[in-house]
Design a protein around this ligand. Structure first.
Ligand code: FES
Length: 175
């Protein structure tokens, strides 16, 4: 808790902290990316995972990039390397830009995956490329985690552990 308070103070002190309240910060998006005004600053962005609805994609803007945050349903395969885990819940947190040429993939709720309209690339619910030209999974933004709270822009131990696991698999590619 003390660590969390320190982070908040630092964030406010530098004026780059977007304390993203649940409703204000995470707006369920179906087809279009509509940046959330309260998350437009370029510093840290705090996200409360506890309030997310399973299977509904949330998109927020962080440092000019769309960030996908998806609470997985039981039907979605878990990914031991890429999932953000809170208790029994699993979340995908990824930069929502196709790793082919940077288009924003569309979430297909009925298929539990993502489709990139530009050249047909597909990603599963973990953000892993499964079809088409994307050369690697969706990139993961730096984050720290304290229970249900993640802070985008901070590199916490969970992030470093995830990067190490992914690098071991992908031979140095951070994705
Ligand atoms: S930019 Fe997504 S498949 Fe080409």
């Amino acid at each position: 808790m003390a660590d969390n308070s320190r982070r908040s103070f630092i964030g406010y002190a530098f004026g780059g902290f977007a304390a993203v309240g649940v409703a204000a910060a995470l707006v369920p998006m179906k087809k279009a990316w509509d940046p959330v005004p309260s998350a437009l600053s370029s510093g840290f962005t705090q996200v409360n995972l506890a309030v997310l609805e399973a299977g509904k994609l949330n998109i927020l803007k962080w440092r000019g990039k769309p960030i996908f945050v998806l609470k997985k349903t039981p039907e979605m395969p878990s990914d031991e390397k890429r999932d953000v885990v809170v208790g029994d819940e699993r979340f995908m947190v990824a930069i929502g830009l196709c790793t082919h040429l940077g288009c924003i993939p569309t979430y297909r709720e009925s298929k539990l995956d993502f489709k990139c309209a530009c050249h047909g690339g597909e990603f599963n619910a973990s953000g892993v490329n499964t079809f088409g030209p994307p050369p690697r999974p969706l990139d993961i933004p730096p984050f720290s985690q304290n229970g249900n709270i993640i802070v985008l822009g901070e590199e916490g131990p969970e992030y470093h552990k995830m990067v190490a696991a992914i690098k071991g698999e992908a031979h140095g590619t951070l994705s």
